[in-house]
Design a binder for this molecule. Structure first.
Ligand SMILES: C[S@@+](CC[C@H](N)C(=O)[O-])C[C@H]1O[C@@H](n2cnc3c(N)ncnc32)[C@H](O)[C@@H]1O
Length: 253
């Protein structure tokens, strides 16, 4: 590592399923910083880690493209919104946005960014209190945090929370490159089995894309040196995680 690079201390904690400050956050099989954890306590990550690989301090470029293409409409839910950069971006573009996350720390940070979004601490696998409300849902890197049972509960909860004809946009990890640390890999079969017409969803897009992270080569050198020089980076040197970009449309049950 060049001497000019400040070493970021990355805690290697393995977290408990129950967050101490918020509702139960199911998040099966996620890993961070190379630690395979049965579950990751996202609230602890936000509270204690100076580095969070999905927090890039700006909206996710994939979302910016979706918005520019006119694919966001009506009442919007950003589910698993984290510290709110995507929801804040959408609000700045004039949308009425609700952001939901299981981590109180993330929601507190999101609320500090804008008054234009309603940010709520809630479990995405239940979405209690949201009925027949949303026309567009953004799921940026939440789905791959859930195990199979949680995914089924989540898509059923989403169906209740959305209006007829709603669209859900999902970005979820498609491939693990060079043994990189990260969330679970979602096979195409998983998506086709979870988002079914019988379950109230029709897949309208299923293609590969890249999700921008804050993981630079300096960070990689600390947490997973085997991947240095072997994974795609954007023009700012940030690791591009291969994802599925999925769109599903609400259909009547
Ligand atoms: C990988 S982060 C993605 C954050 C943000 N959407 C982004 O793209 O930067 C996943 C987020 O989902 C939240 N999360 C995980 N499981 C959840 C659940 N069951 N209910 C609500 N939020 C959950 C975590 O707290 C975390 O903020």
């Amino acid at each position: 590592m060049p001497s000019s690079v400040t070493k970021v201390e990355i805690p290697n904690f393995i977290c408990q399923r129950n967050s101490s400050s918020g509702p139960r956050i199911p998040c099966g099989g996620t890993t961070l910083a190379g630690v395979s954890a049965p579950d990751l306590d996202f609230d602890q990550v936000y509270r204690e880690s100076p580095y969070v690989p999905w927090v890039i301090g700006e909206p996710q470029p994939l979302l910016v493209e979706l918005e520019a293409a006119g694919e966001i409409r009506g009442e919007v839910l950003d589910v698993g919104c984290g510290p709110g950069d995507n929801a804040t971006f959408l609000a700045s573009r004039g949308y009425h946005v609700t952001g939901v996350d299981g981590s109180r720390t993330a929601i507190d940070r999101a609320r500090a960014k804008t008054d234009e979004v309603e940010f709520v601490v809630a479990d995405a696998t239940r979405l209690d209190g949201f009925e027949d409300r949303f026309d567009t849902v953004l799921d940026s890197a939440l789905y791959h945090c859930l195990d199979d049972d949680e995914q089924r509960a989540y898509v059923a909860a989403l169906h209740r929370a959305c209006r007829p004809g709603a669209t859900v946009h999902v970005f979820c990890q498609a491939e693990q490159l060079a043994g990189m640390p990260g969330p679970r890999v979602i096979p195409e079969d998983n998506l086709r089995a979870t988002f079914t017409v019988a379950g109230g969803w029709r897949i309208t897009r299923l293609e590969r894309a890249s999700y921008t992270t804050s993981m630079t080569e300096e960070i990689l050198a600390q947490i997973h040196p085997e991947a240095v020089g072997r994974v795609p980076l954007d023009e700012r040197g940030r690791f591009l995680m291969p994802v599925w970009q999925v769109a599903v449309e609400w259909v009547a049950l």
